[in-house]
Each structure stands twice: as C-alpha cells, then as structure tokens.
Design a protein. Structure first.
Length: 394
C-alpha cells in the first residue's frame, strides 16, 4: 500500500466543505452571523465554520476539522480512502481539460440510499418494544394509550443500531444485512439482493452480512461492538411510503439522536387527526409532538382528546415538512408553531410565520411551552399531579 504524501493529505484537508456537501450530499447552506458560519438548510443542526473547513453536526454530537473527518465519521470511510476520494475529485476538476461547459464536467454522486433501521426482536422472534415503552412512558412521561396507538400505526418502533456498522438493506425474508464502517479483511461479505425496508418492492445488490452473522461476531469479537436500542419515528411521502425516519437512543442517560441518512425532510413525522381538521400544531421533535398530545389530554380530562388535531414534527427548524403538508392538506388554515422556547426556536418560528403570511395564510400562532420544550412541560405537570396525588393519599 503506497504511502500518502503529506502534501496530498494537506490538499484533502483543505477541501471546501460547503462545495463538498452541496455536490455530493445535495445539501444547501445559508450564511449566518455575517458569514462567520454556514447553516445547512436540510439539516439545521449541521453547521460549517466560516473558514469552510471545520464543521459540527449538533444532533449527532459529532464534528471535525475538515472534510476527511466528515467522510470518516459520517460516511464510515477509512482515512486513506477519504483522502484519495477528496484529492481524486479535486484533481479531476482542476486539471481536466475544459472542452465543455463546467456544469457538464462536474461529477454528481448518487443520492444516499434511505434504509430503515432494523426492528428489534425478542429471541423467540416477537417484535420488541419494551425499551422504547419504558423510555417514553417512564423517562418522558407520555401516556401508554398514545404510545400504543403510535406503535400500532407504525409511526414509532424500536430500532437496532450497532456502533461501527451501518445497515445495507433487507432480503426477501425481511432479515437485515450490514457492513462494517472500517475495513476488515476477515469478514465474509456475500453479494445479496436487498431492499431498503422489509416491505419495499425495488431491489438492489450489495455485499453484506446478515444480522445473525453480526450477532455471532458480538459474541466472539473483542472490538467493543455493541448494540443500541433506538426510538425510531417515521414519516411517509405522498405515495404512502416511509421515506423519513428520525431516531434517538432509548435511554435518558445518553444523548444520541439524528435522522436516518437519505431521509426526505418533506416527509416529517405526522400524527393525523381523526376526521377532517383545519389545524396543525408544529414541533421540532416527535417527542414534543407526543408530549403536546398528552398535555391536551390532561387539559381536557379526556384520554382521546389528542386525536382531534394534526401534529407535525419538522425534525429541527427547517419548514420543509410543513410546506409539503400544506400541499397535501389544503384544508389546513390554522397553523400553531410550537417550536422550542429558546432563541433558535423563536427565530425560526418568526421566519416561518412570515413566509406563511406571504403565502396567504392568516391564522398563524406562535405557541411556546412554559418550559424549554413541551416534554419538559409535560414532565413538570405530571410531577405536580403525582405530588398532589400522594398528598391526597396521606
């Protein structure tokens, strides 16, 4: 294996992150603070420094000093492949003779394939929801009737995530297949015909190993591979197909959350009302949408009160999912922006409200929680209710 020269590594480090993410990921950016940083429009927690090199993805709690770090930490490349990928792209762009318009010489990477996280199962094959039920009910204070309804509808489920691996797809029997993020010559990869979800119809071929093979490695391999249980929330496109998924680890002791690669931001997490309703409550996260539903039940003393209104989680502060929902549901005329009660949430809500007014919407309301967000408010109110109940028993 040839040694990478320092000047090649330095050239890779100097790759313009904005240009890389725009051309290869399809992301777009807007400058903030006088171009001291650039914020991704599709993933508002992804920020690139004004030097266009350093970056940080807040929702994933990962960052780096350059494009090499991005390819290693986000795409799972090893260091050498990342450097060669970056330098190869730059050499082709800079030194190739220009005989056609520049736009025709730019290579466009294929979009990231959206693959749903694997559904957790018990050893006997039954679907496992125990971790997310405990997390949402005990850790987040959300009532069981809301949790069970959303599980039954497929809006949320308990997913599986391995550190050091990424899911590639599912075979005809619905078994999940994976690849390691680093190079391991001893892994027995086999060419498989896969699909992006157990119910998807389109197929593709990829080299991968089954989840059963991964479980065997967990028992034998001493490389600190471990399995996480995730709360996965899903969103569907206009064709009724799941095309968006957000996740967070099912534990109050750790913070690990994000969106599944390739998610369509237009297909946000939506709790639809029963029957026609012209109002939608809009939140940053699916946890806040569920919490607001629970608060509605408490307010009206009815465990089914939450079913009367639409609730949408944007997956951040970008309004992409809201704009798509308004196209699909033209009957919606009342829009309640319930973003986080902080400066970022206030700023985003005012920007969205202004955009909606320019589109002809009149009934737009900013409804902030009394706490930082609606889950914090739910937990506080439930704590008060429990304290009062204990006092009444004495």
């Amino acid at each position: 294996m040839a040694h990478l020269e320092e000047d090649i590594i330095e050239r890779a480090k100097n790759t313009d992150m904005i240009a890389l993410l725009e051309s290869e990921e399809g992301f777009s950016f807007k400058s903030t603070y006088g171009e001291r940083e650039f914020k991704c429009i599709e993933h508002n927690s992804l920020v690139v420094n004004g030097n266009r090199r350093r970056w940080y993805w807040n929702s994933r709690q990962v960052g780096g000093n350059n494009a090499i770090d991005y390819l290693v930490k986000i795409r799972g490349m090893n260091f050498r492949d990342a450097v060669l990928h970056l330098v190869g792209e730059r050499e082709q762009t800079v030194y190739a003779p220009i005989k056609k318009p520049v736009t025709e010489n730019v290579s466009i990477s294929k979009p990231v394939r959206f693959v749903l996280p694997e559904q957790a199962h018990f050893p006997d094959g039954r679907r496992n929801y125990s971790n997310i039920i405990a997390y949402l009910n005990k850790g987040r204070g959300i009532d069981m009737n809301i949790i069970n309804t959303l599980i039954a509808s497929g809006k949320i489920y308990q997913g599986v995530q391995y550190n050091g691996l990424h899911i590639v797809g599912y075979n005809d029997e619905g078994m999940a297949f994976y690849r390691f993020n680093d190079n391991r010559d001893w892994i027995d990869y086999r060419l498989q015909t896969l699909r992006a979800s157990p119910t998807a119809t389109d197929t593709y071929q990829a080299e991968a190993v089954s989840s059963k093979y991964v479980d065997k490695i967990l028992l034998k391999d001493n490389t600190k591979i471990f399995k996480n249980n995730l709360v996965v929330s899903t969103g569907k496109n206009a064709q009724g197909e799941i095309s968006y998924a957000a996740f967070r680890i099912a534990s109050t002791n750790y913070r690990f959350r994000g969106e599944v690669a390739g998610s369509d931001k237009a297909s946000g997490f939506l709790i639809e009302s029963e029957g026609m309703n012209d109002c939608v409550y809009v939140f940053e996260s699916f946890i806040d949408a569920m919490s607001h539903a629970n608060l509605y039940n408490i307010k009206y003393g009815n465990k089914d009160a939450w079913k009367l209104h639409n609730r949408l989680a944007l997956g951040g502060t970008a309004d992409t999912a809201l704009m798509e929902l308004l196209k699909r549901k033209p009957n919606i005329r009342n829009i309640c922006l319930c973003l986080d009660n902080d400066s970022a949430g206030h700023t985003a809500a005012k920007e969205i409200a202004g955009k909606l007014r320019s589109m002809g919407y009149v009934n737009i309301y900013e409804r902030y929680s009394n706490e930082k967000d609606y889950n914090d408010e739910l937990k506080k109110i439930k704590s008060i209710i429990n304290e009062q109940a204990e006092e009444n028993e004495q």
